[in-house]
Write a protein that binds this ligand. Structure first.
Ligand SMILES: Cc1ncc(COP(=O)(O)O)c(C=O)c1O
Length: 340
């Protein structure tokens, strides 16, 4: 196998065409057997429901190269299950969990020459998506669907170490109280582009979304979940029907409890009570954990541990999760799936 000539240390989070994608078509009420393809384009009807009515969902997960040269996926079955929930919410056919995991393995294996080496900090990012296609003009579920996975190597999120960043609360919402916030559907992200732009223009990394009904509780940090560490060392994360259930967040809840012996709580995190937290972070597949330096709300910046240094509990959580993902720390049963 000829290894692709890539400067792994310089990789960012950008699109790169790799050799193969996986594709499966749904027609006449069933999925075909699926296959690897070399094209990175799709030809679909101009009337596809994915284009007009946002009938689409996507996922994001990574493959990691371990010290002994193996390749492993982190909890791909959880991404498959979350995609099924998203499909149920917007009336698309489910793609079975076993087939999803198998397709992830196939795509990584077929693109192995793009797989970053252990120690580079880089990983292979997989983007599964499922879209409504076929001829259609009314607001109704599409007659046909495409499930596809492509992948590319991406750089470590933290090039210069884990530096905290600041966020600002937004007056906009990414989702309605009982809307599609818990589903990973494109419309939620289209709606987040403008508030993100406003936050960046104001000098912040991104915005914090408050609960859409009352704007008093923290929900999401950009496209990541929020957690805080209380002064008495509890791991706390918000609970709400409009938050995307982050696989990283649920992994951290388990790690905090079972590996670090902490008490954990999923409950409301009132923005007016953020000084209950001595540390805070944003978590998700891309960054693993981004330490939150401070949150600006109503013109006042509240700083947690520090604006320049990561807090000790956040660092321990990060090291344990990162260690499991790269195979240096033993993970709970089933978290790691080998690609062979
Ligand atoms: C809105 C939103 N919240 C949270 C997350 C983090 O989820 P995960 O940990 O499963 O990547 C993501 C990324 O998928 C997201 O898009």
């Amino acid at each position: 196998m000829q290894i692709e000539n890539i400067d792994w240390g310089k990789l960012g989070f950008s699109y790169m065409k790799t050799d193969f994608s996986y594709i499966s078509y749904y027609k006449d009420g069933q999925w075909d057997e699926g296959k690897l393809i070399e094209e990175n384009t799709l030809t679909i009807s101009q009337s596809a429901a994915a284009l007009h009515y946002g009938q689409q969902t996507f996922e994001g997960l990574k493959a990691y190269r371990t010290k002994n040269g193996e390749i492993q996926l982190f909890r791909p079955d959880e991404n498959a299950k979350r995609m099924i929930k998203s499909c149920n919410r917007i009336m698309m056919p489910e793609f079975p969990v076993e087939r999803f995991v198998d397709a992830c393995k196939k795509v990584v294996k077929a693109n192995e020459r793009f797989m970053p080496p252990y120690g580079s900090g880089a990983t292979m990012y997989l983007r599964p998506f499922l879209i409504g296609v076929g001829d259609n003009i009314g607001v109704k579920p599409a007659p046909e669907y495409i499930f596809c996975i492509f992948c590319m190597p991406v750089g470590p999120y933290f090039k210069g170490g884990m530096t905290p960043v600041n966020f600002i609360t937004s007056e906009y919402d990414r989702a309605a109280p009982y809307g599609t916030g818990a589903a990973k559907v494109g419309g939620n992200y289209a709606g987040s582009l403008y508030p993100h732009e406003l936050a960046v223009k104001a000098g912040f990394a991104d915005c914090i979304y408050l609960d859409p009904a009352t704007h008093t509780k923290i929900e999401e940090v950009g496209a990541a979940n929020f957690f805080g560490i209380t002064k008495d060392d509890k791991f706390v994360t918000p609970k709400s029907p409009s938050i995307l259930p982050s696989i990283t967040k649920y992994s951290l809840l388990h790690i905090a409890k079972e590996y670090l012996g902490m008490e954990v709580e999923e409950r409301d995190c009132l923005i007016d009570n953020i000084d209950e937290f001595k540390e805070a972070g944003a978590c998700g597949t891309a960054a693993v954990i981004t330490p939150i330096g401070g949150i600006s709300h109503n013109g006042r910046l509240h700083v947690f541990h520090s604006e320049t240094e990561v807090g000790p509990v956040t660092k321990k959580l990060y090291d344990t999760l990162y260690g499991i993902q790269f195979g240096d720390v033993e993970g709970p049963e089933g978290w790691v799936v080998k690609v062979d």
